[in-house]
Design a protein around this ligand. Structure first.
Ligand code: CJB
Length: 833
């Protein structure tokens, strides 16, 4: 039908009381209307992207309808709200997820097919919103899904980066970064809200003044610059609920008054230049994962989004409650790592300078409102800002931080009268050399709850990184083991497996992942096991096609798909994986007749643009792939694939098609990991160390269903304490020696014999990530993996048990724990129409 009405229809009553046929025709009508009224085209001129946008608007209309009712209900109920503050939200594509959460996926597919359109093809038109680096940002996205699914009132606050994580290209085997222009076709999922704009100050100085009719002195901040924050709202649907929460992302714009002065002075270019400086703040995501970037712009980003968000929270709170006295009763603000920790000082500033609170009252409100989640033990990721930079950008906050510190250390002194070292460690200011503000200390002092993201990580926090804080306030600490949303990471990404599971045990697992346990009762059912295996095989075929289409490599779909996908980091030890590949290659070259279990080893992940060692590892993987994939001796038995530009969309193809999950970080270094959970949920077996959430995954799935190897955290520490000598592994392990020698021989770097020297040096000189120490155990464990894979029936049973026993790692469980133990928030379900 190509009739159009004046007002674009939404899918208003789709799914309510309409019969299937009426629903389909209404969907089609809405699509045609949106094509016409949103894209300004009709069917004759529309391209696939136009159809995608029209479809996105259909879904968006439904979400907005629900959102309006949700906002009303929350306000009516005066509900306590979670404000999740995160510099990163790695949401992934929205259309498929929206359709699934609205329960419209299958209907939509049929309605589109009926008009000759392929839903899958339209889904692929969506730009990936890559507003995060890796695990931390993706966790925030999974949390938003679970918060809404659990009907918990929540707002995610973050930054609307104009450029998300860079696009990774591979040129001659090297990583090359290209800008991520994700907004170039517009973003149908966001609504700008200029009416909720806020003004943010930077720089300048402070002064003391006396308020009219008041004897007390006050401080005011005279900024050098002001910037405007414009919220952009993205609706966040939950599964099978009427509730829709918000992700509110801030964009920086130039303040008008500020520009006008320059215009009036005749300095047109100056005014425009200043506009550019302001708008730079939200221009680009810093692409560093787990390393701090001591750049001024990064601190500006952090302060900007936190200050915008706090003003927004206060506006909403005053609207519903009239006074800030009871803020902590209605607002729980969670700090996703230290990136938003400046919020502690900003809330104090707002309460004291703008709302005339006394210090003690303001401090009580602040502490009761904030919670802090730590995500890493890596020392280089602990944020510290030079006092000079801080004072220049945020002079009032530096004063407030000094005052917080002064009062805090006075308290500590009472408790530990003769312990200057302890004071020095607890201080918010690092002395000696350049003085720096310690953001983790600020977050700890300003929060009532501090948590780690896996049991082992929380223990290590208590014993090491945050030990002094733990001794001071043991009750503030708790563990909240990470989780993932089963909607995106099984229902959406692996529809075939999801369907088999639902046919077998019903579909309650979608919102109650522990119900997957019921699969165990079907373990001895051969038909079920065959169906399981057939699905994995189909998923592998489809990944093989994708690999061929993207990098032109033909892989053997019957081989074991051995997959490591995550940011490239030395502690994650992609290098150890490549060394294993080279070792397998050496064996096949030396003994071409030997029986081997065929493998396809797949890598994906971005290296931070300034992280030379990580980039060299990317090059090594690609160089090894070039040699191995072109050697007829190993044909059909060994292939190496580096998939460029790993992101959420690609992850959705990879997890369902994986046999083996590589979780091989040096023990004690991976806070949790969440990819490990996604693999297991999709029936891949893990080869892993006792690190992060691996420990708990192994506990859940059973030691028999997990390939464990390597040093423990304690052994790593002990080894380092006595000073470990990587040379002795080289000297005593001929296979390892040969592997390093082959790299040194230049086989993988023709014409550039020294290319990989930094890697060899790092391994042989100090080997800080214990690759050499764990190598033999890893290779041996991989042999066990291969033997197990040969017994395909045994492997399938193990895979089923992994899926069946992974329920604990639903983000619904994680969020329920946060809600009950930290946030004290209750579900506020929105009634259906
Ligand atoms: N993580 O992705 C990051 N970036 C950081 O700066 C610090 C930590 C990761 O957070 C995930 C979510 O908690 C963890 O699962 C992962 O182990 C950690 O590396």
């Amino acid at each position: 039908s190509n009739t159009t009405t004046e007002v674009p229809l939404s899918l208003e009553s789709a799914g309510v009381a309409l019969d299937a046929e009426a629903q389909v025709s209404q969907i089609q009508q809405a699509l045609v209307n949106n094509l016409y009224w949103v894209q300004g085209k009709d069917e004759q001129f529309a391209n696939a992207h136009d159809y995608y946008t029209a479809l996105a608007h259909s879904v968006r209309n439904q979400l907005l309808q629900k959102r309006i009712r949700t906002a009303k209900t929350y306000a009516q109920e005066r509900a306590k709200t979670v404000y999740y503050m995160s510099a990163e939200f790695l949401m992934g594509r929205q259309l498929g997820n929206g359709l699934i959460n609205l329960g419209l996926y299958d209907t939509m597919r049929h309605a589109l097919a009926d008009c000759g359109l392929d839903l899958d093809e339209l889904l692929e038109r969506e730009a990936e919103p890559g507003l995060g680096n890796g695990g931390l940002g993706r966790l925030a996205a999974c949390f938003m899904d679970s918060l809404t699914t659990l009907n918990l009132p929540a707002v995610g606050y973050g930054i609307r980066y104009e450029f998300g994580i860079f696009t990774q290209l591979i040129r001659q085997g090297h990583q090359v970064e290209a800008p991520d222009k994700w907004l170039s076709y517009g973003n149908p999922w966001e609504i700008a809200r200029p009416d909720y704009r806020v003004e943010i100050k930077f720089g300048g100085h402070t002064e003391v003044y006396k308020k009219d009719g008041d004897d007390d002195y006050q401080v005011r901040w005279i900024p050098a610059q002001t910037v405007i924050g414009i919220p952009h709202d993205v609706p966040v649907p939950g599964y099978g609920t009427e509730n829709v929460n918000l992700l509110r992302l801030w964009k920086a714009e130039a303040g008008e008054a500020f520009d006008l002065d320059a215009f009036n002075a005749g300095d047109y270019f100056g005014a425009v230049a200043n506009k550019m400086i302001s708008e730079n703040i939200t221009k680009v995501l810093y692409p560093n994962d787990e390393t701090r970037q001591g750049k001024e712009l990064r601190l500006q980003q952090q302060y900007f989004f936190v200050a915008c968000s706090l003003q927004d929270i206060i506006r909403l709170h005053l609207r519903d409650h009239g006074s800030l006295e009871n803020l902590a009763e209605f607002a729980a603000i969670q700090l996703n790592d230290t990136h938003p920790a400046i919020g502690v000082a900003e809330l104090m500033r707002l309460l004291i300078d703008e709302y005339n609170f006394e210090w003690a009252a303001a401090w009580q409100i602040t502490q009761r409102t904030f919670g802090y989640t730590n995500h890493t033990l890596m020392p280089e990721a602990l944020e510290k800002w030079s006092v000079d930079l801080f004072g220049k950008l945020l002079p009032r906050h530096l004063e407030i931080i000094y005052e917080i510190n002064h009062r805090f250390l006075a308290q500590v002194k009472l408790r530990y009268p003769n312990d200057p070292d302890r004071l020095e460690r607890l201080s918010l200011i690092e002395e000696g050399g350049e003085r720096r503000v310690r953001m983790a200390n600020l977050a700890c002092v300003g929060s009532h709850a501090i948590n780690g993201v896996a049991a082992l990580h929380t223990e290590l926090l208590k014993q090491e990184v945050l030990q002094d804080f733990y001794e001071l306030w043991p009750d503030k600490f708790s563990n909240k083991t990470n989780g993932i949303t089963p909607r995106r990471w099984l229902l959406q990404c692996n529809p075939r497996l999801a369907q088999l599971i639902s046919e077998t045990i019903g579909d309650s697992w979608i919102t109650n992942l522990d119900d997957l346990k019921q699969l165990e009762a079907h373990l001895d059912n051969e038909v079920f096991r065959h169906a399981w295996q057939a699905i994995k095989q189909e998923n592998k075929w489809s990944l093989a096609r994708y690999i061929h289409d993207t990098v032109g490599i033909k892989v053997n779909p019957d081989s074991m798909f051995d997959v490591q996908i995550k940011r490239i980091h030395e502690y994650k030890r992609q290098l150890m994986n490549v060394l294993h590949v080279i070792t397998l290659y050496n064996r096949m070259v030396q003994n071409p007749g030997d029986h081997v279990v065929p493998r396809t080893v797949i890598f994906g992940g971005k290296a931070a643009p300034g992280y030379a060692m990580a980039k060299l590892v990317v090059k090594l993987v690609n160089a090894v792939a070039d040699v191995v994939n072109n050697d007829p001796i190993v044909a059909g038995r060994l292939k190496v694939v580096f998939l460029p530009n790993y992101n959420v969309s690609q992850a959705q193809r990879l997890f369902p098609a994986s046999d083996l999950s590589e979780q091989i970080s040096t023990a004690g270094m991976e806070a949790s990991g969440t990819g490990n959970m996604k693999f297991a949920l999709n029936g891949a077996l893990t080869i892993g160390t006792l690190d992060g959430a691996n420990v708990e995954i192994r506990e859940e799935v059973g030691a028999d269903n997990f390939f464990l190897f390597g040093l423990t955290t304690e052994q790593v520490a002990a080894c380092k304490a006595v000073g470990h000598n990587p040379w002795c592994y080289y000297d005593t392990n001929p296979e390892l020696k040969r592997t390093l020698d082959v790299i040194a021989s230049g086989l993988f770097s023709p014409g550039e014999p020294d290319l990989f020297l930094p890697i060899l040096d790092s391994l042989l000189v100090d080997d800080p990530y214990m690759v050499m120490a764990d190598f033999a155990a890893y290779v041996q464990c991989q042999e066990h993996v291969s033997r197990t894979y040969e017994d395909r029936d045994r492997w399938v049973r193990m895979a089923i048990l992994n899926t069946a026993r992974i329920g604990k790692f639903s983000a619904d469980r994680t969020i329920a724990d946060y809600a009950r133990e930290i946030w004290k928030v209750k579900a506020v379900p929105v009634a259906g129409e």
